[in-house]
Ligand binder design. Structure first.
Ligand code: GRF
Length: 205
């Protein structure tokens, strides 16, 4: 199966995924990085990992449909079977999601449905939550909403700072996302309404 990662920024999840593919822990081909941000550090990471990187900037298109159609054209050309959103800072339209139904996944740095949005780690920390975590989920028409594939909880300790919490969350992400991708690639997922059934879950070794 061919995978595309979409990212707008730093790309630490991209690197974790690329590494897992390289080591054969994810049995798929990482065919493409799509970024909407020409100055995203993730682009250099893709080039270093020898993954084709394509920048498709929203400003270069007069409307969202044209922007998304260009991405869809590329995904079809590369025969992409799974789209992995990893810090992609755009909400995809219902049309786009419909084109890749149950083939787009996202990672969110909190236990959904708590702390949706772009600042989830900070929001959970300053809310005073005692537990937070990471969610990998299918993408549907609403933001941070589709059926949940995997979640991992994390206790926020009194001694944690925002920085230490961020580090712990990212560490979990870098293990949980490759694991979820591998489960998808192996076809071990069934979706019934909002419930995702995993027929076999083996941690990546
Ligand atoms: C991650 O925390 C992810 O959960 C969120 O965006 C962040 C991306 O980080 N959706 P990176 O670019 O992968 O380092």
């Amino acid at each position: 199966m061919n995978i595309a990662v979409f990212a707008s920024g730093r790309g630490s999840n991209f690197s974790a995924i690329a590494e897992a593919v390289k080591k054969g822990k994810i049995k798929a081909r990482l065919s493409l990085l799509v970024s909407d941000n020409p100055s995203a550090p993730v682009i250099a990471k893709a080039l270093r990992a020898q993954v084709k990187a394509v920048i498709i900037a929203r400003e270069d298109y007069s409307n969202r449909a044209d922007f998304e159609n260009e991405i869809i054209r590329l995904l079809k050309k590369e025969k992409i079977g799974l789209v992995v959103l990893a810090g992609f800072m755009r909400v995809l339209s219902p049309d786009f999601v419909g084109n890749f139904k149950n083939k787009i996944i996202n990672i969110h740095p909190a236990l959904l449905p708590a702390f949706k949005g772009a600042h989830a780690i900070r929001d959970a920390f300053f809310y005073g939550a005692k537990v937070t975590g990471v969610t990998v989920h299918f993408v549907d028409e609403k933001m941070d909403h589709g059926p949940i594939i995997l979640q991992q909880a994390l206790v926020i300790k009194a001694s944690d700072t925002l920085k230490s919490l961020e580090e712990k969350i990212h560490k979990i992400e870098h293990l949980l996302y490759p694991e979820a991708i591998n489960i998808f690639v192996k076809g071990k997922l069934g979706i019934k309404g909002r419930r995702v059934r995993i027929s076999s879950r083996k941690a990546l070794s």
